[in-house]
Design a protein around this ligand. Sequence first.
Ligand code: GDP
Ligand code: MG
Length: 486
Amino acid sequence: MTCQRAQSLQIIHVRKDDHSFSLDEKALESILLAEPVRDLNVMVLSVAGAFRKGKSFLLDFLLRFMYKQKTGSTVNWMGRDDKPLTGFSWRGGSEPDTNGIQMWTEVFIVPTSYGTKVYNLTNNIQEDDLQHLQLFTEYGRLALDEMSLKPFQTLLFLVRDWSFPYEFPYGLEGGNHFLEKRLQVKAHQHEELQLVRKHIRACFNKIHCFVLPHPGLKVATNPTFDGKLKDIEGEFKVHLKNLVELLLSPQNMVEKEVGGSKLSCRNLLEYFKAYIKIFQGDDLPHPRSILEATAEANNRSAITLAKEYYHNAMEQMCGGDKPYMAPSKLRERHFVYRETAVEKFGSMKKMGGSRMSERYQQQLEADMDEMLESYLKFNRSKNFFSIVRTPAAMLLVIIIMQLVSGFLGLLGLGFLTVFFNFIIGITILSLMTWMYIKYTGQSPLMGEIIDAVSDWILGLFSRLIIGRYMNMHQATMMAGLATRRN
Ligand code: GDP
Ligand code: MG
C-alpha cells in the first residue's frame, strides 16, 4: 500500500436504477489482505449518514491527523492555514459526490487500535434519524449469529451546525447531555418511539454525542472553497480538533470486536462478504416504517414455512388417503411435529428481536393447535370402521364370556360364573355409555378411552387367533421343508 499513492477506493457500489449493492471484492482484498496488515487486529472508523453533510470533509481531517501521527508527533496536526483539504473527494453543491462505501487504501498501523461508528447528522437528532439507525443495526444483527451480545461497540452521534449552544454547549459534554435527553424513554411516549430508543441502547456498548458548531458560510456556501483552514470559522476548528483527537488518540482506541472477539483485517473481509449478501437479497426494504414492516414480514414468512412443514408431516400421517388412526396416537405425533415446527421457526433469521418473534411463535402454536382439531375431526369422520369396531369388540367379549360361563356350568363349576357375569355386566354398561357418548357428543375423552380399550381387545384377539394360525401355518411349512430335505 505504501509504495502506491494512497487514495479512497470504492468498495461497495450502489446501482442507481434498482438501488442494488455490490461489493468490489478485489478492491477490498487489495486493502485488507496486504502482507503487513492482514493478520493485525483491525479498527474501523466509519462515518455514515445522508449525503452532502460533510462526511468526506470530516474524514479528510481524520486522515490529516493519522498522517501527522505517522511522523511521530501530532502537534499542530491541523497544518497550514492555506493548504487545501485533500483525501476523500468532497465538494459543494446539492448533488451527491460520493456514494456507496469508500475505504482509504492505506491501513495505518498504530500501537493499539479502535472501533467507533460516527453517525453524521445535521442540526438535530430527529425521530427519522433514530429509525434509520435502528434499521442499520438490525441489518448488522442479521449478519451476526450471536444475538445475545451487543453487536456494535461505540457509537458517536455527530451533530453538525449545532445552533443551541446556550442549551447544550459545543463538544462532547454538551452533546452527551443533549443525547441523554433525546434517548430518554418516557411512559407517555408512543410505543414505537420507546422501542427505537431501547433498541439503540441495547445495540451499542457506548453511545456518545458530539455537537459541532457551524463551520461558517465560506465552507457551507462558497463554490470555490477548497478546504483551507483560513476559510473555516475559528470556533469550528477548535471543536473539530477536539473531535478528531477524541476519535483517534490512542487512549480512546477500542479494537473492533464482533460478537465479543477481536477482528483481524482478514476477518473483516469475511464480514463484508457476509453483510453484502443480506443487502443483495430481493426483499431489501425501503426507508421508513421500514423496520416494523420488514420485521413483521420476516416473522410471517417464517411462520408460513414452519406451518408448511407441520402440514406436510400431518398429511403424510393422517391425510385424506390415509386410514383412520387412534386419536391418541394422532395427538402424540402432533406434539412431536409441533415442536419441530417451532424449532424451525426459531432457527430462521428474523428481524424485530425476540419480543416480536415470541409473539409470532405463540400465533404459530395456536394455529397448529387449531389445525390439529380439524385433523382430529377429519380423522373421526373416516371412522365408520371404528364405530363398528367398538361394539364388535364388546359383543365379542360378551359372547366369549357367555360361552365360557356356560361351559363352566356344564362342568359343575357354576359358582365361577359369577365372575364372568360380572365382566359381561361391565361390558354392557360400557357399551351403553359409549352409545350415549356417540349420540350426545359429551365427554369425548371417555369415548376415546373406551375406543382404545376395544381396540386393544380386538388387537389381542386377532393376535391370539391369527397369530396362532400363522404359527401353525409356519410350522407346517417348516415340517414340509424338512421332509423334502430328507
Ligand atoms: P458528504 O456527502 O457527506 O461526504 O459531504 P461532503 O464532505 O462532500 O461535504 C458537502 C458540503 O458540505 C461541502 O460543500 C462542505 O464544504 C460542506 N460542509 C462540510 N462540513 C460542514 C459542516 O459542518 N456544516 C455545513 N453546513 N457544511 C459543511
Ligand atoms: Mg462524501
